[in-house]
Design a binder for this molecule. Structure first.
Ligand SMILES: CC(C)(COP(=O)(O)OP(=O)(O)OC[C@H]1O[C@@H](n2cnc3c(N)ncnc32)[C@H](O)[C@@H]1OP(=O)(O)O)[C@@H](O)C(=O)NCCC(=O)NCCS
Length: 295
């Protein structure tokens, strides 16, 4: 697998993760130092370091955030800083795509066949994003720093924002908007764990974590402020920024007073946990995915 500026010293066998690789201990410290004080190294020196991190991100050797267990993730702020520096040290250039041209700093990935990723036109994913072998990108967009696990389907017009972390066998339905959290560097990106189903046109932003196996109904919006109300018990339980594993979530409205008047404002409701009938409703998508894989 080759990328622009590919660093021959990095390959998948050098990945001794999951937390930190030996060969990135020095790089990460230099990036932290340069981020705080750009006079400590020359731009050329940093460019080499930043390029090597972009190669490693593209290969999935380093990640913006790493799973330590369900609902428990470690953010690698230095990787986000490397991405921010990458924008700083890169120059704008012409990016041709047949007769169509772009003007930008970050190249698009073109190694789909070698990477084992099906990329349906006009899907795009940028250098510094890692899409695991066996994932499918319908006509969608995956931004820098994002990670998409194997068996995941990113359906048409869905966007996976910068640094977002998507697990294995996730279904991201058409038009879903997964937000990017590039800044602040220590901020947790949006995280979608393994086997999650995101219904059509959902919006998941501001570092929200959707835990393993949850089903998010069509049109649900989850920001860090959205009350996610578990209505299954006698007492409601309110979560913010987190959907517990296997929850089924639908859009809701709650009453809120502003001044002298009451309004209905959006919320999300946990109406139960994933059951056989939920799985049947979402299995159509599995069939679609199987078809796409073998087609
Ligand atoms: C969330 C979802 C999977 C339903 O989950 P489920 O566990 O099967 O839930 P049920 O259908 O048993 O619904 C339970 C209750 O919640 C209500 N409900 C379920 N989904 C709802 C939704 N999206 N909006 C409003 N109410 C909803 C149902 O009306 C039902 O109420 P009732 O018992 O009074 O009839 C489904 O609503 C959904 O959004 N699917 C995503 C479809 C999609 O985007 N597909 C991708 C492209 S094809």
């Amino acid at each position: 697998m080759k990328f622009p500026y590919f660093n021959e010293n990095l390959n998948e066998s050098s990945y001794t993760g999951p937390i930190m690789q030996k060969n990135f201990e020095v790089v990460s410290k230099q990036i932290e130092t340069y981020f705080e004080d750009p006079t400590r190294f020359t731009a050329a020196e940093m460019r080499d370091q930043v390029e090597s991190v972009m190669d490693a991100l593209s290969l999935g050797q380093v990640r913006v955030a790493e799973p330590l267990g369900v609902g428990n993730w470690k953010v690698n702020a230095w990787v986000k800083k490397a991405i921010l520096l990458y924008f700083r040290v890169s120059e704008m250039k012409d990016i041709p795509a047949g007769d169509v041209h772009y003007w930008d700093k970050i190249p698009l990935r073109t190694d789909h066949q070698a990477a084992g990723v099906r990329v349906v036109p006009p899907a795009m994913y940028r250098r510094g994003a890692h899409v695991e072998k066996g994932a499918i990108l319908m006509a969608s967009y995956v931004n820098i720093g994002a990670y998409v696990g194997t068996g995941t389907m990113v359906d048409t017009w869905a966007t996976v924002g910068s640094c977002a972390q998507v697990g294995k066998h996730v279904h991201i339905s058409g038009g879903v908007g997964i937000g990017g959290v590039l800044e602040p560097p220590q901020g947790r990106p949006v995280i979608i764990e393994d086997h999650v189903f995101l219904g059509s046109r959902c919006i998941i932003v501001e570092g929200t974590i959707v835990e393993e196996g949850a089903v998010i109904g069509a049109g649900v919006t989850l920001t860090a402020s959205t009350p996610i109300i578990d209505v299954t018990g006698e007492q409601e339980i309110i979560y913010k920024g987190r959907v517990p594993a296997r929850s089924v979530v639908i859009p809701g409205v709650r009453e809120k007073t502003f001044g002298k008047h009451k309004y209905g404002v959006p919320c999300a409701l946990i109406i139960g946990t994933r059951k056989q009938s939920t799985d049947e409703k979402t299995s159509l998508n599995q069939a679609l995915r199987d078809y796409e894989v073998s087609a």
